[in-house]
Design a protein around this ligand. Structure first.
Ligand SMILES: C[S@@+](CC[C@H](N)C(=O)[O-])C[C@H]1O[C@@H](n2cnc3c(N)ncnc32)[C@H](O)[C@@H]1O
Length: 202
């Protein structure tokens, strides 16, 4: 029997089979103002989405919401895993925009936007996190992580954004994630760069 030759998938085919399909219109729209709102790149959104689905994350913490672009990627994946997102933003206007965007795509019920300084808000979070995404002030990354670390489960993940382009603003974070024995970390040159860390224990 002759094998049927498969035609290669186009990008559109891949997108059509992806769970993100229904969120594509708002993501494409928000990408037009990505510079203004300092949003992550789409490939970093896809990376986070894959991680959340791979570890079947239930609780995710995002530090730095802006207008909610990355929160849509995170929450869409969490909708599939049955999980929830807490996202922290100190600018009330940006938090309001994020809320409106999440409402527009029906993801607001699984996202809690907390308006305040992350340095004050992180210690108030009493969930155990499967994944923490750092994307606020670069020079505060180490403090954010040190505050969040007790609430990250063993086997939990930490993703820090802008670790190539803004690396000189986070020397203490770099030192911490590559020298703490309970963290395994790797640099990934995805867009502006991310460092993925794995917590092996307390
Ligand atoms: C790079 S933007 C976040 C982009 C967002 N993650 C996305 O990709 O859509 C950083 C955001 O963090 C907020 N931010 C900075 N420092 C903060 C702090 N200490 N606490 C809470 N939010 C903070 C800023 O107002 C800004 O909206």
């Amino acid at each position: 029997m002759r094998r049927q030759k498969l035609s290669p998938l186009s990008i559109a085919d891949c997108q059509n089979t992806d769970l993100m399909e229904q969120y594509q219109p708002i993501l494409r729209r928000l990408e037009k103002t990505a510079k203004q709102y300092t949003n992550i790149a789409p490939e970093n959104g896809q990376f986070l989405s894959i991680l959340i689905r791979a570890i079947q994350a239930q609780n995710v913490l995002e530090i730095g919401t802006s207008n909610g672009y990355s929160a849509i990627w995170l929450a869409a994946a969490l909708k599939e895993t049955g999980g929830r997102l807490i996202t922290l933003e100190f600018d009330p206007a940006r938090a309001a925009e994020a809320k409106a965007h999440l409402q527009e795509v029906g993801l607001d019920s699984i996202v809690e936007i907390r308006v305040g300084n992350a340095l004050d808000e992180i210690p108030k979070c009493n969930a155990t996190f499967d994944l923490v995404f750092l994307d606020a002030e670069k020079h505060e990354y180490r403090r954010y992580l040190e505050l969040a670390l007790p609430n990250i489960r063993p086997g939990g993940l930490i993703v820090a954004d802008d670790t190539v382009t803004m690396r000189d603003e986070m020397p203490d974070y770099i030192e911490f994630v590559f020298n703490t024995p309970t963290l395994h970390s790797v640099d990934i040159p995805l867009d502006d760069g991310v460092i993925l860390s794995y917590k092996i224990g307390d």
